[in-house]
Write a protein that binds this ligand. Structure first.
Ligand SMILES: [Zn+2]
Length: 375
């Protein structure tokens, strides 16, 4: 068994909600943690200084996209992903599985991987556990993800069953290849759709493979929130207690609370930057649409309870003006606020767990976020 390159300590617990500390070669951070998504080795519109000022310590980059452009060999030649994008903190790379099954046009799912057409130029690309591990090793991320098959939702139980078994065979192959880059942690991905027994079976088998953490994949793909919560509820008992649990693709504040309550430690989502680009912002008093006419003469900040540079420096009226005139600074400032907001939300959640008042914070947050202020 390899010594894990990732240290995880549990610092506090309130119900099933936990505060932990993860140490990687590129820094230490506390969990629950939210990771902004840097698809193309850039969190859209944000410099790495912006990200650090917002409190970000770990971000996610996409194996599939970086494999297509510029190619992992280019990034490796230039000293690896951290140096390439000038990011001193930790990086998690996804395995490309999700993108292959959602973005690309599938040609053939084979035992050793997937043949598909690039969404860029239609050329044939092959990605399987061996390729996904080799690419992530060349990128040099701190945490690599095992290559998995993410079935669509809804799907027949037999389809999900087959995807779970293939995911497990692929995970075993990824686990074998861990030794090639001992400084890189590898997480397995639990699949199983909305079927509790398949999720539990998948989690148990992955646990036995000795991964550094486990992720819950295949959620936030169109199922209801009740289904997502039920899957978390059913899967949690089978997840290891002494390593991180990561829920992929979830970032709405209300969903973060639900998952943290069910023992999840890590999250990623494109939401803060995707919404930010369209003027959609999170605030402590609910969602705000910066394009709305109500802000036309509003001299106040986007969120009076946020300490980010957008809220300290600019009025709602100015931000609305930027969106109305299609100025790129609007996207930049709104994205920055959304990222900083989720970082400070996670900080407040960690404080509450430490103080044994997670449930109170959740109730307070929900009442205000969905209260009469929403607009
Ligand atoms: Zn702000």
């Amino acid at each position: 068994m390899l010594t894990s390159p990732l240290a995880f300590e549990r610092l506090a617990q309130d119900g099933r909600a936990r505060v932990g500390r993860i140490t990687t070669l590129h820094g230490t951070f506390e969990t629950p943690v939210f990771m902004p998504v840097g698809t193309q080795a850039t969190v859209k519109s944000q410099t790495t200084d912006d990200l650090q000022r917002a409190g970000v310590r770990i971000l996610l980059c996409n194996t599939y996209h970086l494999h297509l452009r510029p190619g992992e060999e280019v990034i490796e030649h230039l000293g690896g992903l951290h140096r390439f994008m000038s990011w001193p903190g930790a990086i998690l790379t996804d395995s490309g599985g999700f993108q292959v099954f959602s973005l690309a046009r599938l040609r053939e799912v084979r035992e050793d991987g997937v043949l598909f057409q690039s969404h860029l130029d239609g050329s044939d690309v092959f990605l399987g556990p061996d390729q996904a591990m080799a690419i992530q090793q060349a990128l040099g991320s701190d945490i690599a993800m095992a290559f998995d098959e993410c079935p669509p939702h809804p799907a027949a139980r037999s389809t999900v069953e087959a995807a779970v078994e293939r995911t497990l065979r692929w995970a075993a192959r990824c686990a074998e290849r861990r030794a090639e880059r001992p400084q890189q942690a590898v997480f397995g991905i639990v699949q199983g759709g909305i079927h509790p027994d398949l999720r539990q079976h998948c989690a148990r088998e992955l646990r036995a493979m000795g991964f550094d953490g486990l992720a819950i994949g295949g959620l936030s793909v169109g199922e209801t929130k009740e289904m997502m919560n039920a899957v978390l509820e059913d899967t949690e008992p089978e997840l290891p207690v002494d390593s991180p649990r990561y829920l992929m693709g979830v970032g709405a504040p209300e969903d973060l609370f639900e998952a943290i309550e069910r023992g999840v430690d890590m999250f990623d989502c494109v939401m803060p930057t995707r919404n930010g680009r369209n003027g959609g912002c999170f605030t402590w008093s609910g969602k705000v649409r910066l394009k709305a006419a109500i802000h036309r003469e509003d001299p106040g900040p986007l969120d009076p309870d946020c300490g980010c540079s957008t809220c300290r420096g600019y009025s709602r009226a100015y931000l609305r003006h930027l969106f109305n005139t299609d100025e790129m600074l609007g996207s930049q400032l709104a994205s920055h606020h959304n990222i900083a907001f989720l970082q400070s939300l996670m900080e407040k959640i960690r404080e509450a767990i430490r103080a044994g008042r997670f449930a109170e914070l959740k109730a307070e947050f929900t009442a205000r976020y969905f209260g009469p202020h929403e607009r």
